[in-house]
Design a protein. Structure first.
Length: 256
């Protein structure tokens, strides 16, 4: 029976059970206690497990280095689900203390399984939103990595911070405007669109794009910004028509 097949009260009881088991395992330094939850086939069981790690760390119930020791043991698992959950657990810690878990992300950026790499992207998002200075500083070092997938993952990972503080990530995104790989450039365009439809962000994004050199990419990004305001019209602050008017008034068209 899956997590959401349970009643609300049953889910609360299960989370409490997971929290207790995780706490005991961390106190004992025993990764085997955590393993059943970290490798569970149900996404929400695994989520409860990695959130439990964050609760223990935040409450200071177990020494941070002891938690890290258990997570390092779990990271050696052959199971991609275990590694994925471990990355997400590290991300919970990284929201307040990124240097403590930095090595997890340096390693798992290159994991053989896409679900683990996706967990890295998700963790960079949540860490970058809450703890931007060290996370974005670290991310910047990978913007010109030889591996195109690393560049793409970093581009995608810093997106969430940009939705509230676009000025923090736009200088990093600018470095990717001439990326030789279409997949990376397309991710960059996607991220610009995702930022621009959030409250207060459109002006900052358009003003920044006025200073980018890659005219072709900028125009594709502007098209994406207009389109995303239609796709997400129930969530966007401005209508698509208002956005088109704003771009016409504020984007400085340059000659070919």
């Amino acid at each position: 029976m899956g997590f959401y097949d349970l009643s609300k009260d049953e889910r609360a009881q299960l989370v409490q059970k997971i929290d207790s088991a995780i706490l005991k395992g961390l106190k004992d330094g025993d990764s085997k206690t955590l393993l059943p939850y970290f490798e569970d086939s149900d996404t929400y069981i695994r989520k409860a497990a990695y959130l439990a790690i964050g609760k223990v760390y935040k409450a200071k119930k177990v020494a941070p280095l002891k938690i890290i020791s258990v997570l390092k043991s779990l990271m050696e698992s052959d199971s991609e689900k275990v590694r994925q959950t471990t990355v997400n657990a590290a991300g919970e810690i990284g929201k307040t203390d990124f240097p403590l878990v930095q090595t997890f992300f340096e390693r798992e950026l290159f994991d053989v399984h896409h679900s683990v790499r996706n967990a890295v992207i998700g963790s960079i998002k949540k860490m970058g939103e809450k703890n931007p200075q060290p996370v974005l500083g670290w991310a910047k070092t990978y913007l010109h990595h030889p591996n195109k997938e690393i560049r793409r993952e970093i581009c995608h990972g810093i997106e969430l911070r940009g939705r509230t503080h676009p000025q923090d990530i736009l200088p990093l995104l600018k470095e990717l405007q001439h990326d030789p790989t279409a997949r990376v450039r397309n991710t960059l365009i996607h991220v610009l669109g995702q930022i621009a439809y959030k409250k207060g962000c459109l002006k900052t994004v358009v003003n920044e794009l006025n200073h980018w050199e890659n005219k072709e990419l900028v125009e594709k990004a502007l098209d994406e910004i207009v389109d995303v305001h239609h796709r997400y019209k129930n969530f966007a602050v401005l209508s698509q028509e208002e956005v088109m008017v704003f771009i016409d008034q504020h984007y400085m068209k340059r000659p070919d």
